[in-house]
Design a binder for this molecule. Structure first.
Ligand code: SF4
Length: 248
């Protein structure tokens, strides 16, 4: 299917339809592809066109969003990045995990949560039966802040408007799990005491149809391992809620 699509696109390019070709171009290295972590279609299923298949349609729209903004320089953070770090995982997931901003390893690889904190998160997700490939994961800001500083409220607001709000509109998750206070503040628009507010669901002022769930950032747990059990318990609670959505 993909080969035929590519051949058609090549033909269109040769015929002079450059713009159409570029909007559907082969994904760049920091865009998840069906070959690695995107769920594969069973061989028994009938092939469908990208616009007929809901999950592929979301991937298509995310690709468009990425292509449109891959050179974004609407805030200061474009000066400190190597590349934009978009998302990883499954665009058809009911849950979207959102962290603060990419770190050094993410900036190098072009994927969110691939450093030590991401590897630790993967382990906890595996332990509670939530596969990394079954979730959608991203950050509020898509560019690495210098020295890994916290993004400013203005930078977060700008990037929310460029990427994250549109991602939520496309993915339509049932729950957004904010990893750490900074991500929670971006959605709630106020200071968050994560130790007090974690482990609970909240209404989402930006997206009323999507609940917010707050927990620690995995990087915080790596520095404070005494909170590891609490973090695991929070994610188990989230998983139990997701299970109820599957039953209904
Ligand atoms: S952080 Fe977001 S808004 Fe700022 S330059 Fe990067 S992509 Fe653009």
């Amino acid at each position: 299917m993909e080969k035929r699509l590519k051949a058609t696109l090549e033909l269109l390019r040769e015929l002079g339809f450059e713009e159409f070709y570029s909007s559907l171009d082969v994904p760049s290295s920091n865009f998840p592809t069906e070959g690695n972590n995107y769920p594969k279609q069973s061989s028994k299923e009938q092939p469908t066109s990208p616009l007929e298949d809901k999950s592929k349609n979301k991937l298509f729209l995310l690709k468009e969003l990425y292509e449109k903004n891959k050179n974004c320089c609407k805030c200061e953070l474009c000066k400190s990045r190597s590349q934009i770090v978009f998302f990883d995982g499954n665009p058809n997931s009911k849950v979207m995990f959102v962290g603060e901003a990419p770190g050094e390893e993410e900036d190098k690889q072009g994927k969110p949560f691939v450093g030590r904190a991401g590897q630790y998160l993967n382990k906890v997700l595996e332990k509670i039966g939530l596969n990394r490939n079954s979730i959608y994961i991203t950050n509020v800001c898509k560019c690495r802040p210098p020295g890994n500083r916290k993004p400013t409220p203005k930078e977060m607001q700008t990037c929310l408007n460029v990427f994250l709000k549109k991602e939520v509109e496309i993915v339509q998750p049932k729950v957004i799990c904010c990893l750490g206070a900074t991500a929670a503040e971006a959605f709630l628009g106020k200071n968050v005491k994560i130790t007090r507010m974690r482990g609970q669901f909240y209404p989402n002022p930006l997206f009323p149809k999507t609940k917010l769930f707050l927990t620690y950032h995995p990087a915080y747990i790596l520095r404070n391992m005494r909170e590891a059990k609490t973090f695991e318990a929070d994610l188990k609670k989230l998983k139990e809620y997701l299970n109820t959505l599957e039953i209904n």
